[in-house]
Unconditional design. Structure first.
Length: 202
């Protein structure tokens, strides 16, 4: 049976979806970008994978369970699997955004080390141009070939390496710490180290 991948390419909306899952560690399910209309609304909806939206311009609102967030340019929000969410573009200054849907055994570690938390799934983004470029390259590699699969995977890795590096540098600068250590599962976070420093344990 031949597998078909979904690819839409229009002026305001680009999307690559229905990708095959080949990696159990971290894999791309879909990606896209859109300039949405005023007041455009999506949800309520519960995802089966992680989804990160990058707000490249404009503003809008995001609801995760019972908490509402106001978002603007150079911010990102994460949708966790199994959480009830919805989001809406501003009525006067609607946002444009790009997104990636992903999953795998290392997905939770990647999002945690990028600064996302279930209780606070919104972050500021420092290198939006690089992250946006990663998604552009994923969309360009839309043909279903093994070479393009490797390209998409490499861009997904570059996407997270950029987010994680930015988050680490931001916190190191904020607290004046020269070394940040995380366990492989991300359980030893910066806040824990700060507490140890304050109490003379490090």
């Amino acid at each position: 049976m031949e597998f078909e991948v979904g690819f839409t390419n229009s002026v305001r909306y680009k999307c690559l979806e229905d990708l095959q899952r080949r990696s159990v560690d971290l894999y791309l399910s879909y990606c896209g970008m859109e300039d949405v209309e005023c007041g455009h609304h999506f949800g309520p909806h519960v995802r089966t994978e992680y989804v990160i939206h990058l707000v490249t311009k404009g503003k809008g609102t995001f609801r995760c369970e019972d908490t509402h967030y106001e978002l603007r340019e150079n911010m990102a929000f994460l949708i966790y699997p199994g959480m009830d969410t919805e989001y809406e573009a501003d009525a006067e200054c609607p946002w444009s955004y790009a997104w990636i849907g992903f999953n795998g055994g290392k997905a939770h570690t990647c999002v945690t080390n990028s600064g996302f938390l279930p209780e606070n799934p919104v972050i500021s983004v420092r290198n939006m141009d690089v992250l946006f470029e990663c998604i552009q390259h994923m969309l360009e590699a839309h043909q279903l070939t093994y070479a393009n699969e490797l390209k998409r995977s490499s861009e997904l890795m570059r996407f997270f390496s950029t987010l994680i590096e930015d988050y680490s540098e931001e916190n190191l600068a904020r607290y004046g710490i020269t070394k940040r250590i995380l366990n492989h599962d991300g359980t030893r976070c910066l806040e824990e180290m700060i507490g140890e420093i304050q109490h003379g344990k490090l």
